[in-house]
Design a protein around this ligand. Structure first.
Ligand SMILES: [Zn+2]
Ligand SMILES: [Zn+2]
Ligand SMILES: [Zn+2]
Length: 111
């Protein structure tokens, strides 16, 4: 056993090994687009591709989605950001590489 690497939870471990890419639901938070809400930053659910807004956004739809669906892991859906996060374990992974189509090529603003 090595102490160099911090242990990561099973959800993040599975997310690192995932073979299929999550297909982003839209270029914006799904719920905000439906209700005319605004967001700050976007997050991508790796279980189903739901795009939701971050906890600094009024809707906090990424977190609500995770709680409602029990989908554990998100990635940032912002350009240049590669981190992942597991909700049930409150665990952050600095680098959770994107599969093709998962990364945002630019920041999408609310319409
Ligand atoms: Zn986890
Ligand atoms: Zn939202
Ligand atoms: Zn989901």
């Amino acid at each position: 056993m090595s102490d160099d690497m911090p242990e990561i939870c099973v959800h993040l471990e599975e997310a690192e090994k995932r073979k299929t890419a999550a297909k982003p639901s839209d270029h914006g938070c799904k719920e905000c687009l439906e209700t005319g809400g605004e967001w700050v930053h976007l997050r991508l659910c790796l279980s189903c591709g739901h795009v939701g807004c971050c906890d600094n956004s009024p809707g906090r739809h990424a977190t609500k989605h995770a709680h409602h669906t029990k989908h554990p892991v998100i990635r940032s859906y912002e350009p240049g950001e590669d981190w992942g996060y597991c909700y049930p374990d409150d665990q952050f992974l600095e680098t959770l590489p994107a599969r093709p189509g998962e990364a945002a090529t630019r920041h999408y603003d609310a319409p």
